[in-house]
Design a binder for this molecule. Structure first.
Ligand SMILES: Cc1ncc(COP(=O)(O)O)c(C=O)c1O
Length: 387
């Protein structure tokens, strides 16, 4: 498939296309599930192997320890957080588990979330009932979760509210400010899973005043699996004691002291053990590209292209699950065709990469590397198979 040179002049973000080899072979519309791989990952992984091979155990002091904070602080720049307020984890589920393990369900027992929250959150909360937690779920109206429904559910019995910045089954960008405000008023915690937002929606954690925020590199940050991050509001860091812990979270990890653990005073208290170093090399490449491209620019393009998708869907009379209002829209669009799985199979065979999920229907997403022509091609082919 060829893309008109005209796009190169009107869309400065398309200059990044050449760094993503898969884009010359496939029509890649699946960043909401896994971002395309930047070519620089090959060299980055070689760099990891080279230093391990050259320095052995000394690699920790020469590079690896610095890499932990360097990567965390790069992500902090993307999400408007101060240096040293993030710790890296292999996945978001571990970030959530780490925070939940700091809580006692003695006085306040209530956890608020929604039935549309990511399944890891729901599974973890259900298991916390064994420790005395009680959870209450906000339900969507049609396909939309209303902030007001969260606000009415959060009360002085609530210990923590867990919610997604962008919902994975609809692409709804939630209005999180009133939810954060209500948590503050009731003296409860707020945790936001930003996996579906960061890299396509501008985020400023300092301005938001949120307590905990987590996300990963696999999707919109184009950083592959294995590098997730947990933000903890700086004034909370030293007040929280994770039960999910280990040797590396100790203030003096190499002294291997008897228990109980004396947690490190900084974010290291939230990292229990040896991290997945190769993925920290690989993911940096994507993080730097996103910083270079600029999330504000990515968002402007995403709003324009998600609107193009919505227009195509309307033209074909499809049921659109994603909110139509710009400020309620993240980076993907979900819609139903009546036969999503078959359509997915047929279009995948033609080189279109996207997915379909039970409540969401078909999910497709443009990113900064997507051309308008690719979206037009997708809908041309879709029209051919549904009619
Ligand atoms: C909102 C959201 N949170 C979390 C995850 C996955 O998290 P983890 O890194 O734990 O696999 C996904 C998708 O895979 C997601 O869409």
């Amino acid at each position: 498939m060829e893309y008109g040179a005209g796009h190169m002049t009107v869309d400065p973000l398309l200059k990044f296309r050449e760094r993503f080899p898969i884009l010359s072979k496939k029509t890649y519309l699946a960043t909401h599930t896994m971002g395309a791989m930047p070519i620089g990952v090959y060299d980055a992984l070689k760099k990891y192997a080279d230093i391990w091979n050259k320095s052995g155990i000394d690699a920790w002091d020469e590079e690896w320890l610095q890499l932990l904070s360097k990567n965390a602080n790069t992500i902090a720049k993307i999400i408007g957080a101060p240096d040293n307020s993030l710790i890296l984890h292999p996945n978001v589920t571990t970030c959530i588990e780490t925070v939940m393990s700091c809580l006692e369900f003695s006085k306040r027992k209530k956890i608020v979330s929604s039935s549309r929250s990511f399944s890891s959150q729901l599974y973890l909360m259900k298991e916390l009932e064994r420790l005395g937690a009680q959870f209450e779920l906000v339900e969507p109206r049609e396909n939309t979760i209303l902030a007001q429904d969260y606000v009415e559910t959060i009360d002085d019995q609530t210990l923590i509210t867990l919610t997604d910045h962008v919902l994975y089954q609809s692409g709804q960008l939630q209005d999180i400010e009133p939810i954060i405000k209500k948590c503050k008023e009731t003296g409860s915690y707020i945790f936001i899973d930003g996996y579906q937002a960061v890299g396509t929606v501008p985020v400023n954690l300092t301005k938001l005043g949120v307590d905990f925020y987590a996300g990963g590199s696999h999707k919109w940050l184009c950083g592959g699996a294995g590098t997730a991050y947990l933000y903890v509001k700086p004034e909370l860091i030293s007040r929280l004691r994770p039960r999910f812990t280990g040797w590396l979270a100790h203030a003096n990890p190499f002294e291997f002291k008897e228990p109980p653990i004396k947690h490190a005073e900084n974010m290291m208290r939230f990292m229990p053990a040896t991290p997945p170093l190769p993925s920290f090399y690989a993911s940096r490449v994507g993080h730097e590209i996103i910083l270079d491209a600029g999330v504000e620019n990515i968002r402007a393009k995403s709003l324009r292209q998600t609107q193009l998708i919505i227009d195509h869907c309307k033209e074909l009379g499809l049921e659109i699950i994603t909110p139509l209002i710009e400020k309620q829209r993240g980076g993907m669009v979900c819609f139903k065709t009546g036969n999503d799985q078959l359509i997915h199979k047929q279009l995948s065979a033609k080189g279109f990469v996207f997915d379909s999920r039970p409540k969401a229907g078909i999910r497709i997403s443009p990113h900064f590397y997507t051309t308008d022509d690719e979206l037009d091609e997708f809908f041309k082919e879709l029209k051919r198979v549904i009619h």
